[in-house]
Ligand binder design. Structure first.
Ligand SMILES: C[S@@+](CC[C@H](N)C(=O)[O-])C[C@H]1O[C@@H](n2cnc3c(N)ncnc32)[C@H](O)[C@@H]1O
Length: 289
């Protein structure tokens, strides 16, 4: 089994390589994931002067949206990978958002004092962390008592044709190894209650989870193939193992499958995420308070 150090190094290399794809396809990716960010932000309850921490912020969401909702507040975007945060900083400048800063760090070693933030978000980051118990303890540590942590993960592949169509097409050409336990994979936290259990083990209260639907919208099946093959970590890694003829067969299969979702000049492929929220108790707070 890979060590935490090896997993972080592999993640750093993977996401440095994917940052260009995330920037190129920014509007499609952000459009797809926006309902999840909105659902998380609603439960976090952002005040004008909120001090917010976005973990595994990648190209900046949902942290940049929080920054807009908290003009008198401050948002820190963190990520393991400087190249992803460079894109976030460019997006912040382009959007005219000034109350935001970036900080490269791993989610399990946060360079912030105890009780520094009113809220913490982790959108589609939990699946990549080597030691999730350590990460959750860190997130609880930097939260102010009464502050909320909200995360989002993907539910099972059957509910996420936007990615399973491509992975099944790749599977016709190459045997994808079964993931090792606790290794980073997209559906690692698909089981209901799995992230809630982590939150509760870290001492968070009023833990709740709910599902949020998304849609990946492209102008054509070809555009679906292009953007998916340039930004989805598992797909990019698997496609890299294929020669050009095999890659073209995968492309043809994926394009044919996804064409079923094409209507009126648009391809809309659905997906489903799960959000999880919890609150850091006040010192001496009554159980369940
Ligand atoms: C799927 S992207 C999510 C980006 C953003 N939150 C969003 O929803 O658009 C996952 C991010 O997790 C980051 N990541 C992976 N391992 C990490 C770690 N140990 N600590 C912090 N970030 C990590 C990657 O660099 C990548 O930017």
């Amino acid at each position: 089994m890979a060590s935490a150090h090896e997993i972080r190094d592999a993640q750093r290399a993977t996401w440095a390589g994917l940052s260009g794809g995330w920037e190129k396809w920014d509007s499609i990716i952000m459009g797809q994931l926006a309902p999840v960010g909105a659902a998380m932000i609603e439960r976090l309850g952002i005040a004008d002067d909120q001090r917010h921490l976005d973990i595994a912020a990648g190209t900046g969401e949902p942290g940049l949206t929080v920054a807009r909702l908290a003009p008198a507040g401050r948002v820190v975007l963190t990520d393991l990978v400087p190249e992803m945060l460079d894109v976030a900083a460019r997006r912040a400048r382009a959007l005219g958002i000034a109350n935001v800063e970036t900080q490269v760090c791993s989610a399990d070693e946060l360079p912030f004092g105890d009780a520094t933030f009113d809220s913490v978000s982790v959108r589609f980051g939990y699946m990549f962390f080597p030691d999730v118990a350590k990460v959750t303890a860190e997130l609880a540590r930097v939260l102010q008592p009464g502050g909320r942590l909200c995360a989002a993960v993907w539910v099972e592949p059957d509910e996420n044709p936007w990615t399973s169509i491509l992975m099944q097409a790749i599977g016709t050409e190459v045997t994808l190894p079964a993931p090792e336990p606790d290794s980073p994979t997209m559906f690692r936290w698909a089981a209901p209650g799995s992230v809630s259990a982590l939150f509760e083990a870290a001492g968070l209260r009023d833990v709740a989870e709910w599902e949020v639907g998304v849609e990946l919208v492209t102008r054509s099946a070809e555009e679906y193939w292009e953007m998916m093959s340039e930004h989805v970590s598992l797909a990019v890694a698997a496609l890299g193992r294929l020669d050009e003829p095999a890659r073209q067969r995968v492309r043809a299969t994926a394009v044919a499958q996804v064409a079923a979702f094409e209507h009126d000049g648009e391809v809309r492929v659905p997906g489903l995420a799960r959000c999880i929220v919890g609150t850091k108790p006040e010192p001496g707070g009554a159980p369940g308070a």
